[in-house]
Design a binder for this molecule. Sequence first.
Ligand code: HEC
Length: 115
Amino acid sequence: MKLIALMTSFTLGLITANAFAGDVQAGKALSEKYICASCHGPDLKNPIAPNYPKIAGQYEDYLYYALKSYKVDNHSQVGRGNAIMSAQAKQLTLAQMKDLAAYVASLPGDFVVKK
Ligand code: HEC
């Protein structure tokens, strides 16, 4: 009985963890639709200007919260006000942001973690 309870909570844990994950294929389609590459570069890691960030390979949860913050825009504490990206994010639903985050995170990037 204890084992069943343990297995159930483990399975539920996996389902919950998975609930965050967006759909990579749907994210790819959205990235093409909204032409993210026009600013972030064809592979999303060679942006067109030095103040435009590389995003390919960034952590999925970071990307999702960044997009959400742009949608919130100029809120004094939680928003990221940026005319360009806020305009992008305002077109997207939260589910679409999750899909985009999953896709962008799945791409090979240049980021390194220094130990
Ligand atoms: C018209 C140009 C343009 C387009 C199109 C564009 N971006 Fe951006 N993006 C920017 C700029 C400029 C910034 C930096 C803004 C700032 O300084 O906060 C940025 C920042 C970001 C960031 C934050 C990166 C970080 O390291 O914090 C993410 C994530 C992002 N963009 C994702 C996307 C996605 C996904 C799309 C397509 C839906 C997209 N962008 C389309 C110009 C663009």
